[in-house]
Structures are given as structure tokens and as C-alpha cells.
Write a protein that binds this ligand. Structure first.
Ligand SMILES: [Zn+2]
Length: 355
């Protein structure tokens, strides 16, 4: 299986941005480790300032695609009322080197979402520079998540997840954190009911080196968005629609100050993400593992996403096996229905050709 939509390299993105906004509106806020420009743009003239950044993890492109659509809509003048209330600062792709190589990390192998305080990387410094200068009232921290998450223990796959980040290890609910919670509740209530059981809450353990935790601590309510997995939508085209709606809904409730009507307690009722899913389960497999031969086993396979010739290959790799796996497969097969040998030598990470 392949996807061209998941790969959004800097050149493709920047060509799109240059069509959408005049070159003088595109600000270079810094340069990556490999000296690629990191772009930012401002929209709107309102008093309430919202900073949003996407693709700080280079392989998380869905929210960037949503941002492009939102910029298109805002430039076309449709939601112009919103831009009378808001000033937006948008960084569509904070980690262009990681986007080019389709990796989470930057070119120095650093996770930028663990570098908020230390600021060891040029991309982290660029984001902090914008935060200090723009002085946002709200932040949207835009990410994508893997296929493994259920919205609640053994629930539906998480299509979207949210987090109001912690500001200390006690999990105190400060004014900023409360606002982020209310915005999330407002978004959830405004989203299509068709995914109401597919919205999860992300783990809120505190780490001040995570950007959301730091920015919320500094007084800017920060909402973390995670674009997740809609069943069999490996291109994330369906999720794209939901995440676009979610971001727009968040901006709307901030513009109208509607979020204050929502009860933050509802945030805590959003089911926590649980790692219950795996891409493929194959039943009826005979496994040779070292000296052991085990019959009638279920084999768990997870896709590894590999960049190949400007497209993403999804390669199913062995993770584990057992008689009764405590996992749900997005797809399940009987080995007799597949064109592979029914007896497999198990090796963690081994690629199984099944399609
Ligand atoms: Zn991420």
C-alpha cells in the first residue's frame, strides 16, 4: 500500500503557500538545521492573537494540509468576520528537514517537542522567538498520531485527540489550562456527531520540555490537536476534513469568546487514548520462534511508513504473536486467505509481504 498524500515536502508546501499569499506576507522566522527557511504568515487584524504551528514532527502532515485549506478559505474572504476578531500567526511546517525526509525528528535527530526549555535546535528557537514577539493569547499545537489509539479502553479508533497540557506534575488546573479545556469541549460539541465516539484525550503527564506544557505555563492556553486514524483511511483524507473542522471550530469559539460557556469538567469525561489497535492481525498462523513451533497463533503486524520515491510505503512488520492477542486489528485475515506461507519464522520487525 502506498500514499502520496502523506508526504508533504517543503518545496511542495512552499509552492502552495506562494500561490496563496504574496511573497511579502511570507515571513522567514528562522532556518532549519539544513538551512531550509521556516515560514510564518499573519492573517487578520483582530485584538485576540492565536499562534499555531504544524509539523514540528516532520511525518505528521495532515494538520499542515488542513492549515493550507484554512488559509485558502480565509484568503477567499468567507469567514472574514473571524479575522476582524483574531490575528493569526501560522507556522505551517516548523520542521522542514523532518518533512523532507518523512521523520519525526529534525536533522539532528532531536524531537522538537522535547526541546521547549533547552532550545538546543534552530527550529525550537524560531518558534520561541515568534511566541515572545507575537505574545499570543492562545496557541494551537498541531500534530498527527499513529493508528494504535482507541478512544477509551477498547473503544473506537481515535480519529481526533486533544490535550490541554499540564502545567505541573500535580496536574493543577490554572486559568490558562481551564481555557484550553473549555475550547476542547467546545470543539468536541461542535464536531460532527458521526465521530463523537472517536475523539480521545491525550495523556497529560507533565513535561516542561513539551512546548504545550511550557506555553500554557507561561499563560497562553495551548490546545494540542492530534489528527488520528479513521478506519482504512491511511491517506488521512477523511481525517483531514475532521481536523480542518476542528481547527476552524476552535478559532470560531475563540473569536466569539463562546468557549466560556462550556464546562471544563466535560473535558475530563473525554475518554483517554488507549493503545489497543494494530494495523493487521493474521489468524491461524504456525510460528517458528527459535526452537519452538506453535500452531494456530495470531500474528500482529504494524505498518512501518517508509519514504520511497516521493511516496510513502506502508510495510507490514511483525510485532508479536499469541493465541489471544489483547489487540484489535484494523484489518484481520485468516492466513489461508492470504498468498503467503502458513508457517512463519517469527522475527521482530520482519516484513511480511501480504498484499
Ligand atoms: Zn507530533
Amino acid at each position: 500500500m502506498t500514499s502520496i498524500n502523506r508526504y508533504l515536502p517543503p518545496k511542495t508546501l512552499n509552492d502552495l503557500l506562494k500561490v496563496l499569499v504574496s511573497s511579502k506576507s511570507l515571513l522567514i522566522i528562522g532556518r532549519s538545521v539544513n538551512l531550509l527557511p521556516i515560514y510564518g504568515l499573519k492573517l487578520g487584524n483582530g485584538p485576540v492573537k492565536v499562534l499555531m504551528w504544524s509539523q514540528m514532527h516532520g511525518n505528521e502532515s495532515t494538520t499542515t494540509r488542513a492549515i493550507i485549506r484554512i488559509i485558502e478559505d480565509l484568503k477567499s474572504g468567507k469567514p472574514s468576520l473571524m479575522l476582524n476578531h483574531l490575528s493569526l500567526f501560522i507556522i505551517p511546517q516548523l520542521n522542514p528537514d523532518g518533512a523532507a525526509t518523512y521523520t519525526r525528528f529534525n536533522a539532528n535527530g532531536v524531537d522538537l517537542n522535547r526541546d521547549a526549555v533547552n532550545l538546543t535546535q534552530p527550529e525550537s528557537i524560531a518558534l520561541r522567538g515568534v511566541f515572545d514577539e507575537f505574545k499570543p493569547h492562545f496557541c494551537f499545537n498541531l500534530h498527527g498520531q499513529r493508528t494504535i489509539f482507541a478512544a477509551g479502553k477498547k473503544g473506537q479508533p481515535s480519529v481526533l485527540s486533544f490535550l490541554s497540557p499540564a502545567v505541573n506534575s500535580e496536574g493543577s488546573i490554572t486559568k490558562s489550562r481551564l481555557k484550553a479545556m473549555q475550547i476542547i469541549v467546545a470543539i468536541k460539541n461542535n464536531l460532527s456527531t458521526s465521530i463523537k465516539n472517536q475523539i480521545g484525550r491525550y495523556d497529560d503527564s507533565f513535561n516542561i520540555n513539551c512546548v504545550g506544557d511550557l506555553f500554557t505555563s507561561l499563560g497562553a492556553p495551548t490546545v494540542l490537536f492530534e489528527a488520528g486514524h479513521y478506519p482504512m483511511d491511511y491517506d488521512r483524507d477523511v481525517t483531514l476534513n475532521f481536523v480542518q473542522d476542528a481547527i476552524m471550530s476552535g478559532l470560531n469559539v475563540i473569536a466569539k469568546e463562546d468557549y466560556i460557556k462550556f464546562n471544563a469538567d466535560e473535558y475530563l469525561q473525554i475518554p483517554e487514548n488507549s493503545k489497543d489497535y494494530i494495523d493487521i492481525i493474521v489468524h491461524g498462523v504456525t510460528i517458528h520462534d527459535g526452537n519452538e513451533t506453535l500452531s494456530n497463533q495470531s500474528l500482529a503486524l504494524q505498518y512501518e511508513e517508509v519514504l520511497d520515491n516521493n511516496r510513502i510505503l506502508f510495510q507490514p512488520k511483525c510485532l508479536t504473536y499469541g493465541r489471544n492477542l489483547d489487540l484489535i486489528g484494523h484489518q484481520t485475515f485468516l492466513i489461508s486467505d492470504l498468498n503467503i506461507p502458513d508457517s512463519i519464522e517469527f522475527k521482530t520487525g520482519k516484513i511480511i509481504e501480504i498484499f
